[in-house]
Design a protein around this ligand. Structure first.
Ligand code: C2E
Ligand code: CA
Ligand code: CA
Length: 619
């Protein structure tokens, strides 16, 4: 009995009717009931756990009464029509809430779902004792049936996609929960079919117009329904995404099945349903019933689809290991805001830049480090690309600029004049006040504009946006130098390079690391250096790890180098020691009196071909 009541309440709540606003389609039926019986009060009354709630009502102001002692409650419990000719004469109702409010007559017919659950009653009430004829009660039952038709119609509308007529995501979730109740712990496989690459949807829509997707969806839904095993439920998630669930039986091979589905769908391309080719992939997510939510199943299947796109294999199998990497990426993205506000998660380390061939330290690149509270040290190579395209790009660079300026100021106060390079993302240049903020911060700190250099990649600098160009020009005009980072990895032609208002070219370390063994690479680097010089840029070689690379770059006329040979990126105190103690650590100008020099300061300057004398700082 309790179980039945719980299932009944579950069925009622699934309909999402409770506490919804009045609606004309129900009120029309309630008015008919009141008029037909010539009674002042009529209601569609739903039996919730402890109350009767009126979806529709005539002649009463309140929207609910307690379930206990309500005639509608009895209709619900008995699942039968109830007539009380005179409440005051009824032992059960004479002192009920209804009787106390002046009600004498009650007639109610049960509202029953197809599954046999009674949701409540269609009822009429009067303030005088009365009788009800069989014919009247038949009409009341008809009206109750009309209410239920309305309920089911609405429910169906919320569960079916109007475009394809297929059950939708809500229905998928409900069915999966039902199946889990009936077959807990059984194994299933969800296959999610995606018709086009989601990342191209925007441009497809623009080119083809919105109707393109409609006709595509109809054709695909039809084709899919036709090729799936009879009895399989196919669900419409979006016009380009469909999912179905298969029971795992002996010999079932999800990859073969998904490739078959993909191939059958790709056949639509030959039927010319539209002038755009579809590019279907199928993502496969195995799961144990009841152990994951329907949302999890869809998330896993989506992730498998993405793998299928990336690997261009047409079908992807969800693997927990792969998904863990997505989860990690989400965690990083989500946790970075907290890092920005935390005193001890983010810090800058500094990697020296040294002038060739003297080997004097001219400056340092500030590189961000994140100590995540649970994941430990996270490499910027992992988190920066994630954040660069997120709204966090602005506060990230803001944090770095602020920290670098503070450090530059602290060093200058102690007579250590270094140029600090700060990495800036393309998105930062789109910030309206980017240049103004940096310039005013520097002025406030009393720093010359030569104290900070900004590193941007070629692609960031080549942006066609006027806004970005405006920010760059403002910075350059003030005297801030711009470096083109990772040079050689982009696609820029000489023509573009000429137009970038930059001062320094940093040759990417991928060109530098094999300099000593790769003759073709040497030719390339040599021509990059001479080209950059011709255009008036200074050249920095990145990723110098060996003396051989250092010598080759020096010979080619490279102006500065940076790399593990000189030092890894160093914590502030280690960097300061390095400045004092490494032969590379002498600075360009003879202002070293401000910095106490250790005994090693008298060491001879490093020679390009020197063997292993260079200090490599702690990481
Ligand atoms: P990047 O700007 O090209 O920075 C140089 C990277 O090369 C650093 O990696 C550095 O540790 C590494 N490196 C330097 N010398 C050598 C060498 O001799 N050999 C090898 N194998 N590697 C060397 P890191 O610190 O892991 O930074 C990775 C990337 O993350 C940076 O590449 C930069 O693109 C980005 N990044 C770091 N900090 C920031 C930041 O504050 N803001 C922004 N927007 N990006 C940052
Ligand atoms: Ca850089
Ligand atoms: Ca670089």
């Amino acid at each position: 009995m309790i179980d039945h009541e719980q299932s009944r309440l579950y069925a009622l709540r699934q309909l999402n009717l409770l506490d919804t606003p009045p609606s004309e389609s129900f009120d029309r039926i309630t008015r008919m009931a009141s008029q037909f019986f010539r009674l002042p009060i009529a209601a569609v009354s739903l039996t919730d756990a402890n109350r009767q709630w009126f979806k529709s009502r005539v002649g009463v102001d309140h929207t609910e009464i307690p379930r206990f002692g309500a005639c509608c409650g009895e209709v619900c419990d008995s699942n039968d029509t109830l007539v009380v000719n005179d409440l005051l004469a009824s032992p059960r109702y004479s002192s009920s809430h209804l009787a106390k409010t002046g009600i004498r007559f009650y007639a109610g017919a049960p509202l029953v779902t197809r599954d046999g659950y009674t949701l409540g009653a269609m009822c009429v009430l009067g303030t005088e004792p009365r009788e009800a004829s069989e014919q009247e009660l038949a009409v009341l039952r008809d009206l109750a049936a009309m209410v239920m038709a309305q309920v089911e119609l609405r429910h169906a509308l919320g569960r079916t996609d109007p475009l394809t007529g297929l059950p939708n995501r809500s229905q998928f979730a409900e069915d999966l929960e039902d199946m889990a109740r009936d077959n807990p712990d059984s194994s299933r496989v969800a296959l999610l079919t995606e018709l086009v690459d989601v990342s191209k949807l925007g441009s497809l829509r623009r080119v083809m117009g919105p109707n393109y997707l409609d006709s595509l969806a109809r054709a695909a839904a039809q084709q899919l329904s036709a090729i799936l095993k009879p009895g399989t439920h196919l669900y419409h998630l979006s016009p380009w995404q469909y999912v179905h669930v298969v029971e795992v039986e002996d010999g079932f091979d999800p990859i073969r099945e998904s490739l078959r589905v993909r191939a059958e769908l790709a056949d639509l391309n030959t039927q010319a349903i539209s002038s755009v080719m579809i590019d279907p992939v199928v993502g496969v997510a195995p799961f144990a019933m009841g152990s994951v939510t329907p949302e999890d199943v869809l998330r896993m299947a989506h992730s498998a689809c993405q793998d299928a796109r990336e690997s261009e294999s047409g079908a992807g199998l969800y693997s927990a290991a792969l998904d863990a990497s997505y989860q990690r990426r989400f965690a990083l993205l989500n946790d970075f805001s907290a890092a920005l506000g935390s005193p001890d998660q983010l810090r800058l380390v500094y990697q020296p830049r040294v002038i060739v061939p003297e080997g004097h330290c001219r400056g340092a690149e500030a590189l961000l480090r994140w100590h995540h509270p649970s994941l430990g040290e996270v490499s910027p190579a992992e988190f920066i690309p994630l954040l660069e395209n997120s709204p966090l790009a602005r506060p990230l660079t803001e944090w770095v600029v602020q920290a670098a300026i503070k450090q530059a100021e602290a060093w200058r106060d102690r007579g250590i004049d270094l140029c600090i390079s700060v990495n800036v993302s393309a998105a930062n240049l789109e910030e309206e006040d980017f240049a103004a903020r940096i310039l005013s911060r520097m002025a406030l700190a009393g720093l010359p504009y030569s104290a900070i250099e900004l590193e941007l990649t070629e692609s960031a600098l080549i942006s066609n946006s006027n806004a970005a160009r405006g920010q760059l020009d403002a910075l350059v005009e003030a005297g801030i130098e711009i470096a083109i980072d990772d040079f050689g990895t982009g696609y820029s032609s000489l023509f573009y390079l000429q137009q970038i208002p930059a001062h320094v070219v940093k040759i990417d370390r991928s060109f530098v690391s094999h300099l000593d063994t790769d003759a073709r690479g040497r030719v390339l680097v040599k021509s990059m250096i001479s080209m950059a010089h011709d255009l008036g840029y200074r050249v920095v070689g990145e990723g110098v790890e060996t003396h051989a690379a250092y010598s080759i770059l020096a010979e080619m006329g490279c102006d500065e180098v940076q790399g593990y040979l000189l030092a890894k990126p160093l914590e502030i105190d280690v960097f300061e020691n390095w400045l004092q103690q490494s032969p590379w650590g002498q600075r360009q100008r003879e202002d070293q009196t401000a910095l106490p020099r250790g005994p090693s300061s008298a060491k001879r300057l490093p020679q390009p071909a020197a063997t292993g004398r260079a200090a490599v700082g702690r990481h």
